[in-house]
Design a protein around this ligand. Sequence first.
Ligand SMILES: Cc1cc2nc3c(=O)[nH]c(=O)nc-3n(C[C@H](O)[C@H](O)[C@H](O)COP(=O)(O)OP(=O)(O)OC[C@H]3O[C@@H](n4cnc5c(N)ncnc54)[C@H](O)[C@@H]3O)c2cc1C
Length: 531
Amino acid sequence: MNQEEEIQTQEAQREIAKLFVGIKNDIPIYLFAQPGENDVFSDAARQAIRFFRQITDKIVMREFDLGHKLASKWNVKDSPTIVFDPDHYNIHWLGAPLGEEGRIFLEALILIGSRESNLNEQSLQVIKKIDQPRNIKVFVSATCPYCPQQALNTLKAAVEKPDLISLEIIDIQANPELANKYSAQSVPQTYANDILIAQGAQPEELFMLSLDKMEQQTVFIPEIDEQEVETDLVIIGGGPAGLSAGIYAARSGLKSVVVEKGVLGGQVATTPVVENYPGLKQIGGKTLVDIMVTHALEYVQIFPGEEVVDIDPGDPITVHTSRRKFHTRAVLMATGATYRNLKVPGELRLSGHGVSYCSTCDGPIFKGRKAIIVGGGNSAVTEALHMHNIGVDVTLVHRRDDLKAQDVLVKNLIQNNIPILFNTEVQEIKGKHNVEEVLLYNNKTEEISTLAVNAVFIAIGYDPAVSLALKIGLELTEEGFIKHDQYRTNIPGIYSAGDVSGGYKQIVTAAGHGAEAALTIFEDTINPYWT
Ligand SMILES: Cc1cc2nc3c(=O)[nH]c(=O)nc-3n(C[C@H](O)[C@H](O)[C@H](O)COP(=O)(O)OP(=O)(O)OC[C@H]3O[C@@H](n4cnc5c(N)ncnc54)[C@H](O)[C@@H]3O)c2cc1C
């Protein structure tokens, strides 16, 4: 080290030393290094620990090889592995803190030394809900500038809930076999209980949410505790109609909330690819939902996972959900549509065991296996193309002799040589625990045959979600949609928009109608049409 480098190192040590002021607890560190295995990384780990020991006397370090009884006690198998304060935590570092990882190591020392996770309020709310063990593996590398943030998230989780959350920080250069096993070619990549829950670095609260839900979360919606909420407009349904209504209503000055019982985005969330939303040539349904939800959150409060179960009309109107009551001047029904069942033997019993209504959700499970898609409209063809693209051996089964889907989709289907069984009806879905075969009836030749398949995806259309509307006495059209005049239903103060009101069932039309309905509601609040 030349003189200039020495001065720089001393300066860095002085700066880092400031971070350890106030750290009260010892930081026991055990380095497990097996001579002859990954020696370069073992040396680097020793040097890193030595560097920090010069800064703080809180670090108490001991070194063993993999044959030591403590290695088997703490399940250490790889060299080098650093075990942090095993009396209080279950945090292992596989590799050496090199390059960018030095920051992670420093954060680990500070959190462990202070025995505080330093999680923000929102993250604490989420993590306190986790009541089952989570073993986190976060893959990092020395050259990845995004890794420290994600690794810090995982460290905070492991420090906050040491009884349930264990952590392995895995350097991919020191552990190429493990990285290969988990396909961790791009870092940071985070697994919990061997399930991929995050690719890339996340904001802290989104990581905690992903850890709770055990899948990557992209939007964070803070929880609200109040049992009674006063507002101007309650929008029921967080699909395109509801979200766009929320934006327009709030911009008009109406305090608005969106209540969503299931997945935000409604049907769009389960759409593999959207190619007809103006301005976005091709976009994944879930990505479009994230954009819409993030935009809507600028204006409205969203209450996810909450079902509207009843409405008492009046002034104010009371909306009862599964969690609380809203007192409001107006209600917009944007409840959309739900998938139609095939109503054949085996469908209900094997639902979730090979019978599915969502190729985006369940398609990847059947990669390399055989599936049929039942239906002949846009949804069925889109889903068949999606399944084909992700490597499922898919056949389209349609009861008529031609498809009802748009030309562009049908051409795509033919170009991809996806087999189509026309004039064919599924009569039964068979299988002991999972789908094994389907019984098919050709309504032209009247032949009955069987086809061995692993999955049946049903895409035969959607029915308007009108059970709540019926319960509160809203009038329906002959086709079963909510009857309305310029979005106004037969009950004063209650409006409807989107797929539940009929018309073209498209994202752009649902969003447009949601916006128009919001403007109508705004005008009516100034000048009520029913007085
Ligand atoms: C597979 C598939 C592919 C599609 N592809 C396209 C496409 O490429 N382009 C296109 O333009 N359109 C497409 N569509 C159609 C489009 O998604 C719909 O027209 C649009 O989502 C309708 O929006 P919406 O807001 O009216 O209803 P929805 O999207 O159905 O949303 C309604 C929401 O209301 C919620 N809800 C219902 N009842 C309650 C309650 N009691 N309490 C709280 N929440 C409730 C539901 O959970 C749901 O999230 C597709 C649809 C599907 C299913």
